[in-house]
Every structure is written in structure tokens, then in C-alpha cells.
Design a protein around this ligand. Structure first.
Ligand code: SF4
Length: 180
């Protein structure tokens, strides 16, 4: 594995992978690009929790600008009533993975990956399909490791609880929040 950019959505989904890669002394950086999260206070809570995980393991953390209005226009408009795992989510994965691929390409990373599909509530196949598109568009390799293996999700939750960090109760956007 070369210099990897790991797109993260939140601390519980990423902490197990960050811990694993850090323990293996892998060369990687965590990218936080999640304009899907609403409201802003929720975004800040997840951002801070994810930052703390990286600080704890001594890993570089990059945050890209939060612009929920643009996300609503470019991803959710017309797809507001889609169920989770439906078309809106596929568009949401692609939107964030494209940005990760672009950032990785422009900043000298060898490859990129993400934890967007680590949760059992997520459709890993949709994430991988979006990653295929993004890697082709930006000409940079996506690492298709299935992070669910070796209890990736459970390890993440365990680590977040050990560090006493915030754990969210819904996926991210207002449409997923309103369903709870
Ligand atoms: S439910 Fe989650 S993955 Fe789906 S559109 Fe909302 S934030 Fe994105």
C-alpha cells in the first residue's frame, strides 16, 4: 500500500480502520468531506470526534469545506423521498468519492479508499460502484479493501467508546434524520 487517502464519514465508521492502519505503521491520511451532514451542529460534533480519533493515533487529518446547500442542490434535489440505500445515497457516495479522488490526485497520494460502506446499514456494492467511477474519472487507484472484515465496524465502535467520543444516531442528511 502506497500513500493512501482515506475518506471518512464519522468516528465510529473510521476508528477501527484508523487503529488497524496506524498499528501496521501504514502511510495514510484521513480526509473528512461530508457536506451531506445536517444540521451544522451535528457536522461539528462528528468532525470533532473524528479529529480526536486521528489525534489519538497520530494520523494526519484534513477537512474540506462544508457546503450543505450545494450538496442539497447537486445530490438530494428530486431524491428527497428516497429510502436509505436508494438513489439519493448512491449519488451521495459518488459526490464524496469524486471529491476524495480529486483531492488524492491533486495532492500526490498513490491511492484512495473510504469507510463509507463499513456499516452493516450501508450498501457496500453501491459504494464500490461509485468508487469505480471516481477512480476512472480522476485516474487514481481506489483500494477496494472490505474494511468490514476482521470486525472493522465493531472495532470502530469499541475505540470510540474507549475514547468517550460522540456517536451519532442517524446516517447524516436531514432526510435520514427525519426517518428516525
Ligand atoms: S442517508 Fe446518508 S448516504 Fe444517504 S443521502 Fe443521506 S447522508 Fe448520504
Amino acid at each position: 500500500m502506497g500513500n493512501l487517502l482515506l475518506l471518512s464519514c464519522c468516528a465510529p465508521c473510521s476508528a477501527g480502520v484508523i487503529k488497524k492502519l496506524a498499528t501496521e505503521s501504514k502511510n495514510f491520511t484521513v480526509l473528512f468531506f461530508n457536506p451531506n451532514i445536517a444540521p451544522f451542529e451535528e457536522y461539528q460534533k462528528r468532525l470533532n470526534a473524528n479529529k480526536k480519533v486521528c489525534e489519538n493515533f497520530g494520523i494526519n487529518f484534513i477537512e474540506l469545506p462544508y457546503d450543505h446547500e450545494t450538496w442539497l442542490k447537486e445530490v438530494a434535489e428530486g431524491f428527497e423521498n428516497e429510502p436509505e440505500r436508494g438513489a439519493r445515497c448512491k449519488r451521495c457516495f459518488l459526490y464524496r468519492l469524486r471529491q476524495a479522488a480529486k483531492y488524492a490526485k491533486e495532492n500526490g497520494f498513490d491511492e484512495f479508499s473510504s469507510v463509507l460502506g463499513i456499516s452493516r446499514y450501508k450498501d457496500l456494492e453501491s459504494v464500490n460502484k461509485a468508487a469505480e467511477i471516481a477512480q476512472k474519472e480522476f485516474d487514481i487507484t481506489y483500494d477496494f479493501t472490505n474494511w468490514r472484515k476482521n470486525s472493522g465496524e465493531q472495532e470502530g465502535l469499541k475505540t470510540v467508546k474507549e475514547l468517550n467520543l460522540y456517536i451519532q444516531k442517524y446516517c447524516g442528511c436531514e432526510f435520514s434524520k427525519n426517518k428516525n
